[in-house]
Design a protein around this ligand. Sequence first.
Ligand code: 5RP
Length: 221
Amino acid sequence: MESKRIAGEKALEYVQDGMTLGLGTGSTVYWTIVKLAERVKEGLRVRCVSTSNDTERLAASLGITLIGIDRIDELDLTIDGADEADPALNLIKGGGGALLREKMVASISKRLIIVADETKYVDELGKFPLPVEIVTFGWETTMRQLSKAYPCTPVLRMKDNVPFVTDNGHYIADCRFTAIPGPERIHSELNTIPGVVENGLFVHMADTLIIGRSDGRTEIR
Ligand code: 5RP
């Protein structure tokens, strides 16, 4: 999609020589990674930490230098996508199932830039089902606990007729809410349910949102 490409490529304007970068996951940041690889071929020096096995494979295949997250204390900049972003730049992430690593990488980043097409920008979070990463042991119990804690309907994510398994060996419960009016509270309360590893709410983490518009313009928020 053209609006994803222009948002993804725009993020390169924030990348400087010598930076250590976090590389997100998804079809928008794909364009960031492809453009980054072009710059690397032209001489840009960067080291990158990946947020998923898919991104790692893509970046490595394009000649981008990757390092393990444990080799660094902080990242200069992370560029990632989102499934929804509200005017306060709170996010729902995890549509690609990479939310745990994405949140770990974002949490040690000095700056988090989100790249997204205009359909992702919403007044209030909650139309997109909230991905929650859960351990496989007792997953049905954890899903019941999730729906008791909040008026939401959790559905186990499937792929090719079997449960989708994350890069960390967990399942994803996609939780349908009617709305998420207080993302901060829901974020911390969901994570107290035993069996929940992490949820896809990113509250007060993003610094900049680059929106790609269908008319070919980008908008910065
Ligand atoms: C993966 C994510 C992605 O960033 C999110 O799903 C957006 O993906 P896309 O850019 O393909 O629309 O959170 O876990």
